[in-house]
Design a protein around this ligand. Structure first.
Ligand code: ATP
Length: 276
């Protein structure tokens, strides 16, 4: 079995400014960021932070982006992987991969390990096996290794795990016990105010800013795109800019955004129902 070398580059230039519409979540993150920045000081004072933070929410709500921004803001190495990487056919392989990941992280701590699709590795042990591509023993070994690594945190290793899932209800309760993932953060679909803030952020990125009408009606557009995730809003901005670029005309206007909202809704409804 080859040992994967994780890229743990510090996310230079990324900060909490790169994510918007989630003010309360950002506030919660400040404590963790300050701990990571001043790990030695806090550690010598005996301060402990949650070993794991679970980010729950539908696709495209910024869970991955938040993890990257927290790492960038704290200036610490960032290990990124997906829970599916630990699902294997042979017993012990997933557990060995988890050990390898944590071994690498310990060498550069303080750092963040981000595990996307965490439910793939953390599903309730009694519910794994049936109809799944990997055996129950393998799933149990993998999750037990995860628990072992997290319990090692009582010695304050400076590793913070941010795990993301769309299905928190299927997670093994042992994981959410105190001292493991004892902080759970809801990343729901944005409300109108948040959609407006996310839209503003994307429209004012250097890549788009020069192509968008400075009098864009952010409030009206945000009202019209109820149910959109942050990722949908980013897609909307790109589509509106593309629309005017293809037509070789000026700046993307409120009307272009509204046209694209309808277009995105039509595609989403086609994917869901097979008709527009
Ligand atoms: P998944 O569950 O599918 O992995 P996710 O919740 O991890 O989704 P991200 O990958 O973080 O979602 O979001 C995709 C993109 O959507 C981001 O790179 C960003 O451009 C945009 N986005 C999502 N939420 C926000 C937000 N709150 N502020 C700014 N941009 C956002």
């Amino acid at each position: 079995m080859t040992t994967r070398q994780y890229d743990s580059t510090v996310r230079q230039g990324m900060s909490l400014k790169d994510i918007s519409g989630i003010d309360t979540v950002k506030e919660e993150m400040l404590e963790l960021i300050s701990y990571l920045k001043d790990f030695d000081k806090y550690n010598s004072m005996g301060a402990r932070i949650p070993a794991g933070v679970l980010l729950c929410g539908p696709p495209g709500t910024g869970k991955t982006l938040l993890a990257r921004c927290v790492a960038g803001e704290a200036g610490v190495p960032f290990f990124s992987c997906a829970g599916t990487e630990f699902m294997e056919m042979f017993v012990g392989v997933g557990a060995a991969r988890i050990r390898n990941l944590f071994d690498q992280a310990k060498k550069v701590a303080p750092c963040i390990i981000f595990i996307d699709e965490f439910d793939a590795v953390g599903t309730k042990r009694s519910e794994t096996g049936q109809g799944q591509v990997y055996g129950n023993d393998e799933a149990t070994a993998t999750i037990n290794q995860m628990l072992t690594e997290m319990d090692g945190f009582s010695t304050a290793t400076g590793i913070m795990i941010l795990a993301a899932t769309n299905r928190p209800q299927v997670l093994d309760p042992a994981l959410i016990r105190a001292g493991r993932f004892d902080r759970v953060i809801e990343m729901g679909l944005p409300n109108k105010k948040s959609r407006q803030e996310i839209l503003f952020l994307h429209c004012n990125k250097p890549t788009f800013a020069g192509n968008i009408d400075p009098n864009l009606d952010y409030e009206y557009i945000a009202r019209q795109c109820a149910g959109f995730s942050g990722a949908d809003i980013e897609n909307l901005t790109k589509s509106a800019v593309m629309r005017v670029a293809q037509a070789e005309r000026g700046l993307a206007s409120t009307g272009d955004f509204l046209w694209c909202i309808d277009d995105i809704r039509r595609s989403q409804s086609f994917v869901r129902n097979g008709s527009g």
